[in-house]
Write a protein that binds this ligand. Structure first.
Ligand SMILES: [Zn+2]
Length: 293
C-alpha cells in the first residue's frame, strides 16, 4: 500500500525508545514541570499484552490489567494454538504494577484485560474508569470508585474521551461484546488514542478524524479463533491506521502474550518493512517504556 507524505516522516518501524523506569512519580520531570508550569510528559510502559502503565500529566494510569502468572489460565477455546495463558511472565511483580498506578482504565472485561489477580490486588477504593456496559460487573467485584466514561470525563486534569470499536467482524464480533477505546488529552501533552481490542472499522476512522491523535496505541496481535477471522488488528489493519494518521506515532501492543494471537512482533515488523511504511511505528518489548512526548 503506498504511504504518502513519506518525506516528512521518519523511519523507525521496529524500534522503540527505551528509557529507565522511574516508577509512578517521575520526580525529575515533576520538578521540571513545577519550574516551567507545564504538566510532566507522557510515557507508556508496556507490561504485557495490552497491560500498560501510562504516565500522563503527572498521574499514572494502569491500562487493562492482566496480572496472572504465566500459564495460570487456560487457553482460549477454539483457537489454533491451545497453550495456557498468559504465554509469558510479567516483567515486574504484579504487586509492584498495582503499587505504581493512581487509577485503572478498562477498555472491556475480557480476561486478558481484567483478570482475577487484578481484581484481587487492586485497592477497592482506587478509581476504575470503565465503559457504561462494564460498570455493574466492576461494582459487583467490590470496587467503590467506578467512573463511567459516557462520552468523556475529566480526571485529575486529564480529559478522557471514549471511542468505539469492533472486536471482530460479523457473528464473532457480536459474540465478543461491547468494547471501547479512549483518548487522553491535556494541554501541553500529546493526544493519545488507545484503540482497545478492535479491528480497523469506521469507529477507529472516526476517532482518528475527530481527535487527530499524536499517538495511537494499537492492539495488533491479530487474535483469532478457528473461524470468523481476526478479532483485533493485524498488519492490514495497522496499515489502514498508518494511512489514516500518517503523522501519528503508533505503538503496537497485545503481541505474543495470549495463545490466540497469531501475529508476532517480528511478523509485524517485517510486514511494515515490506509495505515501506515510513511512519513511526514502535513495537515495544514487554517491560519497555516509550516516551510519547
Ligand atoms: Zn484482548
Amino acid at each position: 500500500m503506498p504511504i504518502t507524505r513519506r518525506a516528512f516522516l521518519k523511519t523507525t518501524a521496529g524500534s522503540a525508545v527505551t528509557l529507565a523506569w522511574s516508577g509512578a512519580h517521575d520526580t525529575a520531570s515533576a520538578a521540571q514541570s513545577a519550574a516551567t508550569g507545564t504538566p510532566p510528559g507522557a510515557r507508556l510502559r508496556l507490561l504485557r499484552n495490552a497491560t500498560s502503565l501510562i504516565q500522563y500529566g503527572g498521574r499514572t494510569i494502569l491500562l487493562d490489567p492482566f496480572l496472572s502468572p504465566a500459564g495460570a489460565l487456560p487457553a482460549f477455546n477454539n483457537t489454533p494454538n491451545p497453550k495456557p495463558n498468559p504465554l509469558v511472565a510479567l516483567p515486574m511483580p504484579a504487586a509492584q504494577v498495582v503499587a505504581s498506578a493512581d487509577a485503572t482504565l478498562l477498555t472491556h472485561l475480557h480476561v486478558d484485560h481484567w483478570d482475577p489477580v487484578a481484581r484481587e490486588l487492586l485497592p477497592k477504593g482506587r478509581p476504575v474508569l470503565v465503559q457504561p456496559a462494564d460498570r455493574e460487573r466492576v461494582v459487583q467485584a467490590g470496587f467503590t470508585a467506578v467512573h463511567v466514561v459516557e462520552s468523556s470525563l475529566t480526571w485529575e486534569g486529564i480529559t478522557i474521551a471514549r471511542t468505539g470499536g469492533q472486536h471482530g467482524r460479523g457473528e464473532v464480533g457480536q459474540r465478543m461484546g461491547t468494547v471501547c477505546g479512549y483518548v487522553l488529552t491535556r494541554a501541553g501533552l500529546p493526544t493519545v488514542y488507545i484503540a482497545g481490542d478492535t479491528i480497523w472499522c469506521p469507529e477507529v476512522a472516526d476517532a482518528i478524524r475527530v481527535h487527530a491523535p499524536d499517538v495511537i496505541v494499537l492492539n495488533a496481535g491479530e487474535a483469532q479463533f478457528l473461524e470468523g477471522g481476526p478479532i483485533i488488528m493485524g498488519l492490514a489493519d495497522v496499515l489502514q491506521v498508518v494511512q489514516a494518521a500518517p503523522a501519528a506515532t503508533i505503538v503496537a501492543v497485545h503481541l505474543e502474550a495470549v495463545n490466540h494471537c497469531m501475529l508476532s512482533r517480528e511478523g509485524l515488523r517485517t510486514g511494515l518493512q515490506r509495505a515501506a511504511v515510513r511512519s513511526t511505528v514502535l513495537i515495544p518489548r514487554d517491560g519497555e517504556e516509550v516516551r510519547l512526548a
